[in-house]
Design a protein around this ligand. Structure first.
Ligand code: ADP
Length: 397
């Protein structure tokens, strides 16, 4: 059974075609700059990379072009689109309506539309992907996999904000959490690697990518997470601020004469590690500058490590302890010094990193010492595989 996984952004989309008989990726790619006049597709098959320039104005045309490459005899991926059994769509926001993946029908599409106010940039892109598939491969079953669904197990005292209750009732203002697919995948995978039942483990997963969040996974379920109403909250990120004293927003509006949109842009695009360091949103650049003695680069990294470790400590409290800490996504998988720097703050929990084991990138591995009271692992995330597995399960029912 072959499943196509689609992850649509506002001007881009990523896809993977996965053979579910052996969970092998047959082809994958990214279409970038849709509607910007210079769009192109990067199509990867068997480790070979093909960059295909093809300006398109819509997701529909982009998806149409990508599907043509899957059947293009030059790349030998599939002979016909009939071989695609189903499509799994990554949808960012499922609000309170979805606590698991679902088969897409008109009702589901309507519900995804109703969640647009909660994710005005992301959900419309997901819907464009669904519509494009309805036109290009009509009749093929589709499944929606939500970033928020995994966190629907949080208790009300964990997700409610201390604001007038009417805003929760009127607008659904509460903590939702994101990266659920990654948190679910990594927690299950680490339990497998340890040969333990996930129902016996308290795991804190650190998904540290451009967008970053931590999740406390207690006995297999999301117990708490750092992102909130939107993916801006929680730990500082490459360009996003994470949690702040909320009066900073009104302070900036008054003192810098900014509109709400302008403040939102500063908090999303110009803050975090980029904001403090003034160097770059990319940790590789900021670390290089730190090594050159750049004080602000050093400050940005110290602040990042301190805040991540702070949330790990809070989540250890929340679960009455922690058995495993996992690192995943671009920074979590690759930044050796960041993992070490975060764990330096966690000695009080009995966390001890094995420097030699930690000296690795993007590999499944135990990186804590034998004596460490908490096990620490690197587990490369695989959201696409998780989406494909959910899709297979739902269409097979
Ligand atoms: P996204 O949230 O967009 O999926 P990623 O998970 O790819 O982001 O993370 C991007 C960040 O990961 C970059 O800013 C960079 O700092 C870091 N990163 C990615 N690849 C590497 C690498 N090979 N070595 C070191 N750092 C990396």
């Amino acid at each position: 059974m072959k499943i196509l996984v689609l992850n649509c952004g506002s001007s881009s989309f990523k896809y993977q075609l996965i053979d579910m008989d052996n969970e092998k990726v047959l082809a994958k790619g990214t279409y970038e700059r849709i509607g910007e006049g210079n769009s192109f597709l990067t199509h990867k098959v068997n480790g070979e990379k093909y960059v295909l320039e093809n300006p398109v104005d819509s997701h529909k045309d982009a998806i149409d072009f990508a599907l043509k490459q899957l059947t293009n005899p030059e790349y030998k991926v599939i002979d016909s689109l009939d071989e695609i059994s189903a499509v799994g769509h990554r949808i960012v926001h499922g609000g309170e309506k979805f606590n698991k993946s679902v088969l897409i029908d008109d009702e589901v599409i309507k519900a995804i539309k109703e969640c647009i106010p909660l994710a005005p940039l992301h959900n419309p892109a997901g819907l464009l992907g669904i519509e494009a598939c309805q036109k290009e491969i009509p009749g093929v079953k589709m499944v929606a996999v939500f970033d928020t669904a995994f966190h629907q197990t949080m208790k009300k005292e964990q997700y409610i904000y201390p604001l007038p209750y009417e805003y929760y009732e009127k607008y659904g203002v509460r903590k939702y959490g994101f990266h659920g697919t990654s948190h679910m995948y990594v927690s299950r995978r680490v339990a497998e690697m340890m040969g333990e039942d996930i129902k016996n483990l308290r795991i804190i997963n650190c998904h540290l990518g451009q967008g970053a969040s931590l999740c406390a996974i207690k006995y297999g379920e999301s117990y708490d997470t750092t992102m909130g109403l939107t993916p801006l909250g929680g730990i500082p990120m490459c360009t996003r601020c994470g949690d702040l004293d909320p009066s900073i927003v009104t302070f900036l509006m008054k003192n810098e004469n900014m509109t709400a949109d302008e403040v939102e842009k500063v908090l999303n695009k110009k803050s975090g590690v980029l904001g403090i360091s003034g160097v770059s949103p990319d940790f590789r650049d900021v670390e290089a500058e730190k090594s050159n003695g750049n004080e602000r680069a050093c400050l940005a990294i110290e602040n990042y490590n301190y805040n991540v470790a702070g949330f790990i400590s809070k989540f250890a409290m929340a679960m009455d302890g922690v058995d495993v800490i996992t690192f995943t996504a671009g920074i979590g998988e690759n930044q050796i010094k960041i993992r070490k720097g975060i764990c330096e703050h966690l000695k009080f929990l009995g966390v001890e990193i094995d420097d030699e084991a930690n000296n690795v990138r993007s590999e499944e591995r135990l990186i804590s010492t034998k004596n460490s009271k908490v096990k620490v692992y690197i587990v490369p995330t695989n959201e696409e595989l998780m989406i494909a597995r959910d899709t297979k399960e739902l269409i097979s029912k």
